[in-house]
Write a protein that binds this ligand. Structure first.
Ligand code: PGA
Length: 257
């Protein structure tokens, strides 16, 4: 049985004071005895402050990006060592905003992913198609290629240690208010599970969590999480609102599979 995993991607939002307020609000309202895995993913410059607040809670810390090189002359970049020192457990790799706005490519993402998991971090690899690709019936081709390229040469030991999570985030649903229907999402999640079987074998594929992302919110969380291959949510906008995010954590606690 895969644990449900709810992660809040705060993106380039909030001031330091507002990040502290949000983390504090989440801590105060966190449901008792939740079985869900939960992570907060603030901006790099807010990681240390958020860590102070959540360190004695079931919430873990994630980062939005990482660089693959060892520490050195890479102005503006952040290493795995720096993240680990701050208590970071998860790192997003290949979020669609980094692919499409910042121009990150699959070979670069593969290096970042392997650096993260080789350092003992858990990579959340984001994949997903644009609206043009969906309309052209290319969703499976696009997502399949992203998985094959970004997951090349990932060691089995890292998978066995649980250091890989996949997030399916249809680009057309991110920040748009449009959500994939539970059936549309499940269809792609099942395809991703099949690709993971092809790449890593059934046992490993069956243990990898696949989150859904793209306008996930309190109102659609339970229905999405009830799908057999949806193992959690990667939440953007709604993760900035205490009541919304806590409701999704609760939904994960209550959902019956
Ligand atoms: P959204 O973002 O929930 O605001 O659509 C999701 C994401 O980009 O991870």
């Amino acid at each position: 049985m895969r644990k449900l995993f709810i992660a809040g991607n705060w993106k380039m939002n909030l001031t330091l004071a507002k990040s502290v307020d949000l983390a504090t609000g989440l801590k105060q309202n966190f449901p008792a005895a939740t079985s869900a895995q939960v992570a907060l993913i603030p901006a790099f410059v807010h990681l240390a402050a958020v860590r102070q607040i959540i360190q004695d809670t079931p919430m873990a810390l994630g980062a939005q990006d990482v660089y693959f090189e060892k520490p050195g002359a890479f102005t503006g970049e952040v290493s795995t060592e720096m993240l680990k020192e701050l208590g970071v457990k998860y790192v997003l790799v290949g979020h669609s905003e980094r692919r499409h706005i910042l121009g990150e490519t699959d070979p670069l993402l593969n290096k970042k992913l392997r650096a993260a998991i080789n350092a003992g971090l858990t990579a959340i690899l984001c994949v997903g198609e644009t609206i043009e690709q969906r309309k052209a019936n290319r969703t499976e081709v696009v997502v399949g290629e992203q998985l094959t390229r970004d997951l090349a040469q990932v060691p089995n030991e890292a998978l066995d240690a649980g250091h890989l999570v996949i997030a399916y985030e249809p680009v057309w649903a991110i920040g748009t208010g449009l959500t994939a229907t539970p059936a549309q999402a499940q269809e792609v999640h099942a395809f991703i599970r099949g690709e993971l079987r092809r790449l890593f074998g059934s046992d490993r594929a069956d243990r990898i969590q696949i989150q859904y992302g793209g306008s996930a919110k309190k109102a659609n969380a339970a229905e999405l999480l009830a799908q057999p291959d949806i193992d959690g949510l990667l939440v953007g906008g709604a993760s900035l609102i205490v009541e919304e995010f806590i409701a999704m954590v609760r939904a994960a606690k209550e959902v019956k599979k």
